[in-house]
Ligand binder design. Structure first.
Ligand SMILES: Nc1ncnc2c1ncn2[C@@H]1O[C@H](COP(=O)(O)OP(=O)(O)OP(=O)(O)O)[C@@H](O)[C@H]1O
Ligand SMILES: [Mg+2]
Length: 312
């Protein structure tokens, strides 16, 4: 069970911008959340909402325009010293959506999986590196012999396992999984999700799971944050979010989730989110906790409605 006392990751007022001066555009517009040790934290939102930008800002691939990222009590955004940079490179790993595009096609699996070790664990002998690669391949359910093969010899699901082995070999604490199953056949998605869940238990990992699909997140996330155009609109424990979805954008996302009951599914009316429902001119929105651990972006009038919904 997740330790609720100690956040492993703290994202504070994060802004990520692209472009220069007058063409500057904020892809992430001031986002704050904590991720607890051992939990799976979901980040859901439509394409272009800023999910990947948040992940890349955490792993220092994108600079933060303002705000900060704290990891295990230490600021890792902005200028940091070399030793800390090396720790971040080892402890935080990312798994990507498209296993084909993210693997170097001309390199053998051995090289692909061990690449991170070449820079971060230079003291290792070749044999020690190969042993670590074998272990990582076995951990993700592949044969150690696969190390001498090329990525094109594998299926999509196996390639994603190679991508996971590549992260795992670093002995990370925190993994950002960016749409890790979206590009896979529906038939093998569950296998890869189960693998991620098993690895979490075995290695005590903390996950940030990025997806646009709430039906998948329901199974694996402890908490879910909903992002719309670079701003969080709602954050709650998974069961709270499904029981009391408050923000109209969350409701719209949920209306796209297939329901197990065919009668309900037939009568379902898809909700479309229209931002003009908010009257933010005279009554500006803020981030409110409406029940324990359940936050929503709302103005005063909306807040009153939401509280009535939660405590009828
Ligand atoms: N390197 C970049 N340079 C310029 N603009 C970028 C860059 N990366 C992202 N953006 C822009 O920032 C916004 C957020 O993009 P981001 O990739 O974070 O969204 P996302 O939520 O991950 O979307 P998707 O679900 O499609 O992966 C988009 O408008 C995108 O075009
Ligand atoms: Mg993305």
């Amino acid at each position: 069970m997740a330790n609720r006392q100690q956040p492993l990751v703290q994202v504070k007022d994060l802004v990520v911008s692209f472009g220069e001066r007058r063409r500057k555009f904020d892809a992430v517009r001031g986002v704050s959340f904590d991720i607890h040790k051992g939990e799976t934290f979901g980040l859901v939102g439509e394409s272009g909402s800023g999910k990947t930008s948040i992940g890349r800002a955490i792993i220092r691939v994108y600079p933060v325009a303002s705000g900060e990222v704290i990891y295990d009590g230490r600021r890792i955004s902005g200028r940091i010293d070399k030793a800390l940079d090396r720790q971040v490179t080892q402890k935080i790993q990312m798994i990507f959506q498209d296993p084909m595009a993210s693997l170097n096609e001309r390199a053998k699996v051995n090289y692909i999986v061990s690449e991170g070790l070449l820079s971060s664990a230079r003291h290792l002998s070749r044999q020690q590196r190969e042993d670590k690669v074998s272990q990582a391949l076995m951990d993700v359910g592949l044969l150690p012999e696969f190390a001498s093969r090329f990525p094109h010899e594998f299926s999509g699901g196996q390639r994603q396992r190679i991508g996971i082995a590549r992260a795992l070999v670093m002995q990370p604490e925190f993994i950002i999984a960016d749409e890790p199953i979206s590009a896979l056949d529906v038939s093998i998605r569950a296998q890869v999700l189960n693998l991620l869940t098993d690895l979490q238990a075995q290695h005590g990992l903390t996950y940030m799971f990025i997806s646009h699909d709430l039906s998948v997140m329901r199974f694996i996330c402890d908490r879910i944050a909903v992002i719309h155009r670079g701003l969080l609109v709602e954050l709650a424990q998974t069961e709270q979010l499904f029981r009391h979805p408050l923000h109209p954008y969350t409701r719209a996302l949920l209306s796209a989730v297939p329901m197990p009951n065919p009668a309900l599914e037939r009568n379902k009316c898809p909700v479309v989110y229209d931002e003009s429902v908010h009257d933010y001119q005279n009554d500006p929105p803020a981030w409110h906790e409406v029940e324990q651990g359940h936050f929503v972006r709302a103005n005063q009038r909306e807040l009153a409605d939401y509280l009535r919904l939660i405590q009828p």
